[in-house]
Design a protein around this ligand. Sequence first.
Ligand code: AHR
Length: 653
Amino acid sequence: MESVMTRKWGLALLLALGVTSTRAAGPTITIDTASPSGKVSPLFYGLMTEEINHAYDGGLYAELVRNRALLDDAASPAHWSVVQSDDAAGTIALDRSEPLNATIGTSLRLEVTKASAGHAAGVANEGYWGIPVKSHTRYRGSFYAKAAPGFDGPITVSIQSDDGRTVYATGKVARLAPAWKQYEVTLQTGNVSPTSKARYVLTLDRPGKVWFSLVSLFPPTFKNQANGFRPDIMQMMVDMKPRFLRFPGGNYLEGDQIADRFDWKKTLGPLSERPGHMAPWSYRSSDGLGLYEFLLWCEDMNAEPVLAVYAGYSLKGAHVNPGPDLQPHVQDALDEIEYVTGPATSKWGALRAKAGHPQAFKLTYVEVGNEDWFDKSGSYDQRFVQFNTAIKARYPQLKVISTVGFEQPEGLRVHSVKPDVLDEHYYRPVDVFLRMARGQYEKYDRRGPEIFVGEWAAYETPFEPWNARSRGEPPTPNMQAAIGDAAFLTQMEKNSDIVVMNCYAPMFVNVNPGARQWRPNLIGYDAMRVYGSPSYHAIKMFSTHLGDEILKATAADTDVLVSVTRDSRSGTIYVKLVNATDADAPVQLDFQGVRSLASTATAVTLAADPKATNSIDAPRTVAPVTSKVSGVKPGFTYKVPAHGIVVLIVETR
Ligand code: AHR
């Protein structure tokens, strides 16, 4: 009794002196700055990619000609049409009797029967939902051609309006040889009204017969790389500061059938030696974006590859038996790792050097397969062991990822060895993500395996991603989904000592009708424009304000979700706050153990109606706003807006 009285008097004395208790009543977030609870994984934020929704062909890969190798459709020259008029006529057809080479076994035969100066006939490519025409832009055109006897040129190459009435840029190849040869042209636009209602046209101004193959047109690319990437899409990713790129999939790694896997050796070298292959999302891949280009993509973003190797299971259920049958695939994986990391003197490293990159790429993680819980034969355990043993024997420094995580039943997981890392995939409704945000990873054993959340996305509609396009849902998610995403991120960030990497999926969608197979997606584009979904902005806000230390934050009497990290060099503290409710939520931010805080902080806020979203025509309806916060001190109150995501950047002194 006496001691209670003493405490009461002590409290009264402190209040009289104007000192308030550090334990505040009401909604409070207490941040322990004295000792970090863990280290943020250095590769925590990254990106996942695969050929889906025309992510590469018709997306990041800047090639503008669709079906350039004439292999997309065995029956007809898909995406090509005849250019003719009352005064000019011709026909086009696929021709297997005049192949470019053993790899590209079909060519496009153009037979012009009537044409003259001013009345040309030829062939047009419609591009990937149009050809983007921009002012004062230089395009690099190229094609292989072989002229039949009686015709030796010229060929006029142009970018023109769909109806042929406006020519935006033109080039000419004066003479054609009777044997296959590659020709190059430069096309330069002047002052034009930007449009994608355009086509790429090759014409003859006299009768003649020509075969074409690998007809290509590139606009300016990121860093002007040959065979490169669209600068605007690339910049969206660079701005997120990703630390890794998981490639090549996803289902794209596996293919529907074993023969359709990402067979990396067939994606190297000159384009004329790349046959392309059928991808699992209902269209062929040109493989113009092959293994070497994936690696350059990583380098361009200052990110490291997380290399997924084909592990003997394909999407429609076929698998390769562990043991001798699997050995060629294991060898392929070892060769692939050598291509990425080996010295220029090694067999596969030499090929990389020949392509232009003598220096090895940094590689820490190799993933064995993709979502192998779908393999109902139960072969994954032994397949994984075979890969793991071979990889560790040759590359002991590498960490090997199993594709079956704790979110899958125990019986499906690898049990014969302990994988270094498990890849968990979560496509879940927003309310499930909000639940997972409250403790999903706290219960994970810190002794490992490490966790890679290699695909995740909150969705706001009933989930049938592959049917969503027929229901007309927008290709990218709305603000409500972004709240779910940000909530889940607070959970992963707080536990980024064990959750070593994460990446949203899918990353890309071409928003044109018919181009997509999945929703929701992070970044949308058409031939001319690109935009980020609310989820894109939320992830970018988080990934660009990270630091390297996790600070323990305890929330009391509030639904606001929080994650706090700090940059150990500068002392800057990043407080991430997510309010999923429809009321503003004031919270007292109680920084414990801090000497002093700068009186002004910066807030980056994404807040909007849950149904609000961005689109190709309204790209910034939901966008982050940066503002100054004054009156910052330990215990200050900050109001987190309804349906709001906030990153508070607080400087310590
Ligand atoms: O991201 C779309 C698909 O979802 C991936 O290809 C696959 O890994 C997952 O099932």
